[in-house]
Design a protein around this ligand. Structure first.
Ligand SMILES: Nc1ncnc2c1ncn2[C@@H]1O[C@H](COP(=O)(O)OP(=O)(O)OP(=O)(O)O)[C@@H](O)[C@H]1O
Ligand SMILES: [Mg+2]
Length: 475
């Protein structure tokens, strides 16, 4: 679709001029009065309005306000005669994008018009992306049929509207982060940033500057002023992930920010007011951490104004089939393929497995299957053995059990690409072997080559471990 420019000017030759200059690239509409122009902007999707200030009837300034009032979102450029610049400036204050004086310099006109259209395109793009993001993290996109979760969501929906601190507790992989995002995107802060901070990722001194920012010269190396996460989230939400790992000395500093809604940049001389909502998450039992003296009670009470707990997957087994199908579809869509289906015997296995890595583990397994299964139906024998074999030395946490958490996708994809000539069963075998070998190497490295400890770590018997070492040429 060609972009549309609406020119509102009582002099017909101005409209004519626009058609001459821009008619090839854009669609140019003309209106000789503000009334006609407003109607045209209402009837057509107009990307840019060129508005004369001096019009018969309704003035240009009034027309500008009317345009905004009737919901026109694109840029409006004011056209003024020489000497009317003051009014033009006033128009800019009322929301005009720019102004240009008559008579036109054609090059300048082209430059201004093209710049405004580019700007319009970008703003629409930003709005679209924002809506997409919002859509993605809406509560209804969190897949569940569990009554416990649905109940939880009705509570979350209500709490999203207010500004209270929410503490999300739950085992690793239960969905704490997507719930935190859903809270943000369901709140009135949704158009402002959602800023995650992983409290476990940084040592104390770096965490402080990360959170609160610093002024130039605050320490050697601080050449430029840098805003902290709290500042960046102004108007939005800060997500304190793994808050249980927050170093003790940092805790009173966070508490102070929450109580006073102000931050101190490192090396700063004045306090900056901030407006953020805090959502925190942890997979630890924070109350227990408080008892043990590892977490301050006052901060705990401040964060846990509204505590919610996401149940582990094994306590909502009814979610396993819907989630499994959801992930298979998601991966299939991404590769433009038909989704695999799950045979009954395989589904039984999935439902009875305890999923120590929760939804994330299930998601990873579904991804592995999407890549490796000769499909279209996943049967029990397609599933990794640790899922269904109770004699597997490490039901749920063995060599491949561990692999299901930090999934080495890159390697799998590589195997598949490199050996595209092989049949899928062989590829599958190779891929599993590659993962197993990699895990064994990592375990050996972790314990400086101590095989007994590596075997213990991988939860397999010494004998199995030695057999595997030989098999992979590591012994
Ligand atoms: N109910 C759900 N519906 C759809 N996807 C989900 C659901 N729960 C979790 N997921 C997906 O599972 C993965 C893990 O979720 P998330 O990162 O939110 O977990 P977490 O509790 O923050 O884990 P960790 O404690 O390890 O940080 C993500 O890819 C997330 O999108
Ligand atoms: Mg997380």
């Amino acid at each position: 679709m060609r972009e549309r420019i609406l020119v509102i000017d009582d002099e017909p030759n101005i409209v004519w001029l626009f058609k001459e200059i821009f008619g090839d690239a854009y669609e140019v509409l003309g209106a000789q009065t503000a009334e006609d122009g407003l109607r045209a902007a209402w009837d057509h999707d107009v990307h840019l309005v060129m508005l004369d200030l001096r019009l018969p009837g309704i003035s240009g300034l009034q027309a500008l306000q009317e345009l905004k009032a009737q919901g026109h979102q694109g840029p409006v450029i004011i056209m003024t005669a020489y000497g009317e610049v003051k009014t033009a400036v006033q128009a800019m204050k009322s929301g005009a994008y720019d102004y240009i004086t008559k008579p036109f310099d054609v090059e300048e006109l082209k430059h201004v018009v093209q710049g405004a259209l580019r700007y319009a395109k970008l703003t629409t793009e930003v709005t679209r992306l924002r809506q997409e993001l919002e859509e993605k993290f809406r509560l209804k996109n969190i897949v569940t049929v569990s009554p416990k979760m649905i109940e939880l969501f009705s509570v979350i929906e209500r709490v999203s509207a207010s500004d209270v601190c929410v503490l999300i507790q739950g085992e690793s992989g239960t969905g704490k982060e997507i719930v935190a995002k859903a809270i943000h995107y369901a709140s009135s802060r949704k158009d402002k940033p959602f800023v995650p901070v992983n409290c476990a990722a940084l040592p104390e001194h770096l965490l402080e500057s990360e959170l609160f920012g610093y002024e130039a010269g605050a320490f050697s190396g601080a050449r430029k002023t840098k805003p902290g996460k709290f500042e960046l989230a102004h108007g939005g939400t800060v997500f304190l992930d793994e808050v249980g790992e927050l170093p003790l000395p940092m805790q009173p500093k966070i508490l102070r920010v929450l109580e006073e809604n102000q931050i101190d940049r490192l090396g700063g001389t004045r306090r900056l007011p901030i407006d953020v909502r805090v959502v925190a998450a942890t997979n630890k039992d924070l109350r227990e951490e408080v008892k043990q003296g590892r977490f301050r009670q006052d901060l705990y009470f401040r964060l846990a104004v509204f505590p919610i707990t996401i149940p582990p997957l094994r306590e909502r087994k009814e979610d396993i089939p819907v989630l499994a199908k959801h992930f298979l579809k998601e991966f299939a869509d991404r590769r433009n393929m038909a989704a695999l289906t799950i045979a009954e015997d395989a589904m039984e296995v999935l439902v009875s497995y305890p999923w120590p890595g929760n939804v994330r583990e299930l998601k990873n397994i579904m991804q592995q299957l999407s890549l490796l299964c000769d499909g279209p139906v996943i049967s029990k024998r397609d599933l990794p053995a640790f899922l269904w074999d109770p004699d597997w030395p490490s039901h749920g946490s063995g060599i491949l059990g561990q692999a299901s958490v930090p999934a080495p996708w890159a390697e799998l994809e590589e195997v598949l690409d490199d050996e595209a000539g092989l049949g899928l069963p062989q590829l599958k075998q190779r891929a599993w072997a590659a993962i197993e070998k990699e895990l064994i190497c990592r375990a050996l490295a972790k314990f400086q080559g101590n095989r007994t400890r590596a075997a213990q770590y991988l939860k397999v018997s010494r004998r199995t471990f030695y057999t595997k070492l030989k098999e992979y040429g590591l012994g």
